[in-house]
Design a binder for this molecule. Structure first.
Ligand code: ADP
Length: 193
């Protein structure tokens, strides 16, 4: 199994690059943002509870997303590996993920961290808001709240994986192809190492 985390602030291109990486490497895509949005669309109790946080640009409580990821891992026993996108977003989530993977006899191979300037992030998110139908992309205040949550709670997740020498920074600006090639090079070098 080859498991990776695609890491970076909101708007750094995790969704776009994830789509390509899963098809190149045959991984199962686990995006907590997508999973939460589908719970909201299905009007489940979990979705209803998550929505109030998401609408404010705040993180959904750890136990909710951890439980969601735990079920997703159990529901995909034949996967070759997982690409985690938007998860883990706190140190508690990172520790829970490590534990879940250990129970399955596997681990995170690499954390690919996309780096994008703050100015570019806001520009991309507002632009995405024009077409994505995501209410959290339209309002500049909600966008700023999401970036602040990232800086306050999520950036530290990189430090957790740095302890195990698993973090590689990749420039998240440039063409989609350039970024994809840079990410692929890093995966290839870890896969054969
Ligand atoms: P983006 O990375 O563009 O901000 P996502 O689709 O990953 O968007 O997430 C949208 C929202 O869903 C977040 O702002 C947050 O409220 C919630 N969310 C997603 N993943 C998590 C997570 N792992 N922990 C807590 N909240 C999450």
């Amino acid at each position: 199994m080859f498991n990776l985390i695609l890491f970076g602030p909101p708007g750094s291109g995790k969704g776009t690059q994830s789509e390509r990486l899963i098809s190149k490497y045959g991984l199962k895509h686990l995006s907590t943002g997508d999973l939460l949005r589908s719970e909201i669309a299905g009007q489940t109790p979990l979705g209803m509870a998550a929505r109030s946080y998401m609408d404010k640009g705040q993180l959904v409580p750890d136990e909710v997303v951890i439980e969601m990821i735990s079920s997703a891992l159990d529901n995909n026993p034949q996967a070759n590996g997982f690409l985690f996108d938007g998860f883990p977003r706190t140190n508690a989530q990172a520790e829970a993920l490590d534990k879940l993977l250990t129970q399955k006899g596997t681990e995170i191979a690499i954390v690919l961290a996309l780096q994008v300037s703050q100015k570019e992030l806001v520009k991309r998110l507002l632009n995405r808001g024009l077409t994505s139908g995501r209410s959290d992309d339209v309002d500049e205040e909600i966008i700023s709240a999401r970036i602040a949550e990232y800086e306050m709670k999520t950036a530290a997740v990189a430090d957790h994986y740095k302890k195990y020498d698993k973090v590689v920074y990749v420039k998240g600006e440039g063409t989609i192809d350039e970024i994809f090639d840079a990410l692929s090079d890093e995966i290839d070098s870890r896969k054969t190492a």
